[in-house]
Design a protein around this ligand. Structure first.
Ligand code: HEM
Length: 149
């Protein structure tokens, strides 16, 4: 037995980070977005399910009304972006923890970010371009309202 073998175990060699430490920023993002998401998600649930007639008021016109206001566009847009990036980054962590095969890990993590990107793009398009009067016909409840626009 050599003196070296009796020494305290040393931490495994970790490469010195030069530049941005993405893992650190990912760790910080999960906590900061988590705090903001508590406000956004519970605000969203409170306004949609408890204020006024609560859930009974939720229909197409209710959603149309919300998306006619920049406040709710920003609220829902933030919720969409923060939650999807948070969820995707969380799934990336789980994949890194459990998938041992390097190629499978790479494929899964790429698929996670692709899915998040597609959902973010589609969701943002809905929030930004939503027009309740598109395709409304005379038998629709929104017909009158859309005529005056
Ligand atoms: C209510 C607001 C939320 C809070 C406060 C919150 C908080 C957190 C925190 C602090 C972590 C890191 C845990 C760790 O590193 O050990 C985490 C992980 C995670 N979050 Fe959230 N989160 C929220 C909403 C969401 C939403 C809406 C989603 C899905 C879209 C989500 C999906 C995940 C996933 C998949 C992980 C990874 C779990 C793991 O590492 O084991 N979270 N969350």
């Amino acid at each position: 037995m050599t003196a070296d073998m009796l020494a305290m175990p040393r931490a495994p060699h970790t490469p010195r980070h030069t530049g941005i430490n993405l893992e650190k920023w990912g760790w910080m993002y999960m906590r900061i977005s988590g705090v903001v998401l508590v406000v956004l998600i519970f605000g969203h649930l409170f306004v949609n399910l408890m204020v006024g007639q609560g859930i009974h008021a939720v229909d197409f016109a209710f959603v149309a009304g919300k998306y006619a206001t920049p406040f709710w566009q920003v609220w829902d847009g933030l919720m969409l972006w923060l939650a999807l990036i948070h969820g995707a980054n969380g799934m990336r962590t789980i994949t890194n923890d459990y998938v041992t095969h390097a190629t499978v890990r790479k494929v899964l993590i790429t698929a996670i970010w692709l899915a998040a990107a597609v959902l973010i793009i589609l969701g943002t398009l809905v929030i930004v371009t939503f027009d309740p009067c598109l395709g409304v016909t005379s038998d629709s409840t929104l017909w009158e309202l859309c005529q005056t626009k």
